[in-house]
Design a protein around this ligand. Structure first.
Ligand SMILES: Cc1cc2nc3c(=O)[nH]c(=O)nc-3n(C[C@H](O)[C@H](O)[C@H](O)COP(=O)(O)O)c2cc1C
Length: 218
């Protein structure tokens, strides 16, 4: 008999989404503005990591991949996040510069989905953000060969010590292999949970340079 914990509880667990709901008239015409309204509410509600989005990419074989990253800027150009340019995700994005992202603000019974193209941010933008990071994170960006196999944790900590020594008494420069990507949205969906799974969903799509909003069936 397999032992995967309480599978009956997984099947039976149901949360009723008793929220006020969402009407077309409630929505901002600009989806990034709407995202900021919801992000502020998530932030103010004390939701853990309101900046986290699950970023989906595809590999060279068309097989999807996904992981969380932290949004560090969100403006009319899109969502900026920072990572290692030699990581699996960066290789995937370089080969296929398209991605989807999901913000799951579950305590508010809300989800935002975004699809779009990706581009590297300018060196200047990466430098600026890198300079604002705490020093141990800056050293970590040098020390961690992100997505590569490590023999054990000790190997990583040895690399940290090596780079701490290398940059002792001086500012840590941004490694060329570390920087930002921007996800430039062309399609969005705002989802608000409602009772009996009859949720509210609104999709934004660019039509003739204007955002067109449609209500979707849940
Ligand atoms: C809440 C959360 C936030 C994260 N933020 C980042 C981030 O901003 N940048 C990053 O490179 N990895 C971040 N990670 C780690 C990634 O999910 C992932 O493990 C790592 O980037 C390697 O992914 P890859 O091998 O697909 O490139 C975060 C993980 C979690 C759980």
């Amino acid at each position: 008999m397999e032992n995967y914990g309480d599978r009956a509880r997984i099947r039976e667990w149901r949360v009723q989404y008793e929220t006020a709901g969402l009407e077309l008239a409630d929505l901002a015409l600009d989806p990034m503005q709407q995202w900021h309204v919801w992000h502020t509410e998530a932030f103010d509600a004390g939701i853990g990591e309101p900046n986290a989005m699950v970023l989906s990419t595809v590999d060279l074989h068309g097989v999807p991949d996904a992981r969380a990253v932290l949004v560090r800027d969100a403006d009319r150009f899109g969502f900026t996040f920072f990572t290692n340019y030699e990581s699996v995700k960066s290789h995937q994005l370089s080969a296929r510069p398209a991605a989807a992202a999901t913000f799951a603000w579950l305590d508010l019974h809300r989800q935002v989905r975004v699809r779009g193209s990706v581009e590297r941010v300018s060196e200047h933008e990466s430098d600026e953000y890198f300079a604002s990071r705490p020093r141990p994170s800056q050293v970590g960006a040098w020390a961690s060969p992100q997505s590569e196999v490590l023999r054990d944790r000790h190997e990583l900590m040895e690399l940290v010590v090596e780079y701490e020594k290398r940059f002792a008494g001086q500012a840590v420069p941004r490694p060329a292999h570390w920087g930002g990507w921007r996800l430039v949205p062309h399609e969005w969906e705002f989802w608000q949970g409602r009772p009996s799974r009859l949720h509210d969903r609104f999709r934004y799509r660019l039509v003739d340079d204007e955002w067109r909003i449609d209500r979707l069936a849940p």
